[in-house]
Design a protein around this ligand. Structure first.
Ligand code: GRF
Length: 217
């Protein structure tokens, strides 16, 4: 049985989607802990409602990133994780922390990487006139919002989309995509190809398309 540790900073809707899929699909995995850098993250209550252990490591209690990351890693490691799942965890991680979990830490980022790393992805996609937006699950590497792509979901940008309407549709796709990607990992179906790209050893697609690919409207 694989131990998953999920890191959040806010509402934790992706964490809930993973917990639901893990239970409903009977994964050979358990969520050992949900850890937040903010004690007011509403996702902590949602985790407790699932009977999942929670912990808070407040970045404000530490003098600098290195000290925070060292304390965070200590708490994470106390749960003996196999995979670290970043789900709306809003901290920039130090290279040492990323190295400690090399190859076993996933993140979800609300854009079609490598486009739009960083913040305000939906606003930037609309302002750029993009006709497609989406979300990416990737392996975490030291460079922010980079790293081998595990899966992506695409959402058409409608002419009347606002940041809010677009982000709501992308989030709905995240709730399908992230559990799927974590399940592949749990089932040992992901492997790194010779060129570093992530290869999936099933007939499932690493690409999800909103509305099964039908034109928007
Ligand atoms: C998601 O949009 C995710 O892509 C980004 O932060 C958001 C987290 O939402 N990294 P939630 O806390 O899972 O509801």
């Amino acid at each position: 049985m694989k131990n998953l540790v999920i890191l959040i900073s806010g509402r934790g809707s992706n964490m809930v989607a993973i917990a639901e899929a893990c239970a409903a699909e009977g994964w050979d995995a358990r969520i050992s802990a949900v850890i937040s850098n903010r004690s007011d993250a509403s996702g902590l209550d949602r985790a407790r409602a699932w009977g999942i252990a929670t912990a808070v490591v407040n970045h404000r209690d530490f003098d600098g990133r290195e000290a925070f990351d060292a304390a965070l890693a200590q708490v994470i490691d106390s749960f003996s994780p196999d995979l670290i799942v970043l789900a709306g965890f809003m901290r920039i991680l130090t290279p040492g922390f990323v190295q400690h979990y090399a190859g076993r830490m996933f993140n979800i980022h609300p854009s079609l990487l490598p486009a739009f790393p960083g913040l305000h992805t939906h606003r930037r996609a609309i302002e750029a006139g993009c006709k497609l937006a989406g979300t990416t699950v990737h392996v975490v590497t030291p460079e922010l919002d980079h790293g081998p792509i595990v899966a992506q979901a695409v959402v058409p940008v409608r002419p009347d989309d606002t940041e809010d309407t677009l982000s709501a549709r992308v989030l709905a796709m995240e709730h399908q995509l992230y559990p799927r990607a974590v399940r592949w990992w749990v089932d040992g179906l992901l492997e790194a190809g010779v060129d570093g790209r992530i290869v999936l050893r099933t007939g499932e697609s690493q690409l999800l398309i909103e509305g099964d690919g039908r034109p928007p409207g």
